[in-house]
Design a protein. Sequence first.
Lengths: 467, 467
Amino acid sequence: MNKFVAYSNSEIIRDLKENVPTGRVNISPDFLEQAENDQYGVKLADGLPLALIEAKTVKDVQGVLKTARKFHIPVVPRTTATSTVSGSDAIAGSFILSTAKMNHIKEINKADQVAVVEPGVINQELDDEARKFGLFYAPDPGSKKISSIGGNASTNAGGMSTVRYGTTKDSILGLKVVLADGREIQLGSRSLKQAFGYNLTQLFVGSEGTLGIITEITVRLFPIPLGSSIMGLAFFKDMKTLSTAVTEIRGSGAYPSMLEALDADTVKALDKYEGTHYSENAGAMLILRLDSSNDEMLKTTENILAKRGGQNLQLTTDPKEAAAITKLRQDMLPAVFANGQHVMEDMAVPLSKLAEMMDYIKKVADQLHLEIYTAGHAGDGNVHPTIVWTKTDDDSDDIPDAVQKALQLMFRKALKLGGTISGEHAVGLLKNQWNNEELGDDVDMIQHQIKALFDPMNILNPKRKID
Amino acid sequence: MNKFVAYSNSEIIRDLKENVPTGRVNISPDFLEQAENDQYGVKLADGLPLALIEAKTVKDVQGVLKTARKFHIPVVPRTTATSTVSGSDAIAGSFILSTAKMNHIKEINKADQVAVVEPGVINQELDDEARKFGLFYAPDPGSKKISSIGGNASTNAGGMSTVRYGTTKDSILGLKVVLADGREIQLGSRSLKQAFGYNLTQLFVGSEGTLGIITEITVRLFPIPLGSSIMGLAFFKDMKTLSTAVTEIRGSGAYPSMLEALDADTVKALDKYEGTHYSENAGAMLILRLDSSNDEMLKTTENILAKRGGQNLQLTTDPKEAAAITKLRQDMLPAVFANGQHVMEDMAVPLSKLAEMMDYIKKVADQLHLEIYTAGHAGDGNVHPTIVWTKTDDDSDDIPDAVQKALQLMFRKALKLGGTISGEHAVGLLKNQWNNEELGDDVDMIQHQIKALFDPMNILNPKRKID
């Protein structure tokens, strides 16, 4: 579609190439088609981007924004494009600005307990490197092996050990950010304590590329805990019972570092995928871990499990056995996804409401005759119900009405219980229509005022997150 | 000083009283004179306020702002006025808006591990109440017994157990805030995980009353750790040696919950105050605590102390003995302050730079012939050098030139080492001239843009924090 007097694409690309000194500017239609969508999630991209720029330096990032400002081109930032909420799939005619190739670990400092990394560094790689220093990078989203620190920071990603070590926001001490106007600013520092300026670092964490482009991240690394780590499995008659036990363990002072729940259908899917037999006597499965444990922590956890209906408790300190249990949790997603078309959701409720939320999800599945596999980070009150359906032969990518209905019901319930419709996956294109309902009129408007302050031309990931 | 056509004070007070339905409006000059300054810190107030309003309800807060907007009156928010940076002392002709009487603990929820409180609730009272539920409120500033959760939130207060449990920001999940325009908004929630909107909660934490008036706070409570808490004392030849040991313990995986350092002069002052004899063979004293300890945590800590020059290690699990050690730390400030006029400073550096910072402070004291007592939260790289001097007989409250010079030198050094000139005391009137130097041109300007967004009339605690 041509405007009456419009710049030609070739003019725009010429300008872009002039402004990007070292990065690669991809404009081949085949390449762009492949890069249109995020790897995961519902496909919501509305057309091909104009170019995908693989930035290698801050100057490249600034150059992309310069051309974008000149021609009013939307910029979609991404690293490895593993958003589950269509956070970084293409906007028609946009620049996709990938910082995946800015992937150097600049520093790991044992004494300061920090790492300084570029945004494209893969979470697992940073963690592996940190462990060589007796430290670890705590946030461990399911996408740990394929997602980046930049993406994790932009979405405030969570994970399995969030229950003890916090989400990504809790591990971020400082950021360098290129603003829409091209200036690079430094926020925060490597100091573990900071009470000087406004906390702009945390304003950018979780802002999903709508306020600026992250070019460097200073993260906190934790020391590897001393003493034995105990990994365990326990089984319950249903998710409601499990939830009650989880809430009590979390409140007990045992400081578990993992409290993961899988419902009966999820365990069945897992058995099919792994060739195991857990589902034979499990209405729900709990995976738990205690770090730096002592006798009281272990005894208390065991007592609560016994008292609250936990059965067939298996505990191990053997690293190989522990790794096998962790693998169960990691394989859960592919095991569920293998059953058909699916949408995985993400909501979090106060711990006291977890049992009620679990129960409600089951009722919704029954009422709407849907397969809903519910698993998640029970210790945080954070659940991931995955709705699975069989594609009808009309080849449509549309989400069936019953699925839409179920999502709406679950979202409203989570909000009614004082929770959020995004515990750790962020908002993206998938949930941006829910801003007003979750945040209310006033805060919805304030978000737009802040967006306008940082990005008055609205070129940074427009129509995502807040819009 | 009268303007040509000005509202009379009585008109203003009449309007104020009409707008404040339940709170108390104090205008007696005696009362106002007493309330002019913060309890602590350098006296920087520049004149009497017009009124001090003790708000009892949100409507009172909104009413004060209504009158303030109408007559363009600066509003100085406070609770118990224990700022150490002149954060809440009077501005001439201002309204001091105290929320100290909004002091109800609205809810303590054991299952959710949260409390919902009004801003005037005293830190210690919340902690005491939480402990009845097997929980505790972690942030423990030196002012724990007299400062409020609202004030702690406004300054992002730290404390002794920050080293394990984080500063106030890490314990705040949600806020209600009255904006300058009178609207009350809700930020965050009681969900432990939140990845929906921009993190406006953390923008308000530490904003020192310049962006809005906090009217309700939802805080996270931690479970009381299981297993023994070990409290200890160790002695070193100097602060540099101590700092090296502290950095190593912090990085060891022992997860200490207290690593407090006192230099030789501080220990001497303490001995004088307490009648103890610690200074006889101590160039520096370390107070440490391990919660939920296990054998490896303890053994590792002991080994590091022995290897790094720690002497006369005393460890105890006896609650009475532990309390006596904690009291030493708590008495440290009055013990030092008893020696004369003083200014207590607050800066934080990366852990690897702590020894260098300690050494530098000692050199500054020697060069400028000053008494500097240095103590602080060594495990966070957060030090409080207190400069003490004898008042000359000219009755002046001015800070001597050498003291000013020493402060400047220490601030510049902390910044040069990648630290901050405020680790946990915030900025107030005392350090607001340092914004540009610590944050740089761009971020300094962005702070003002954010301030203008929330408070376009600049009535909320003007000339503090960012100005």
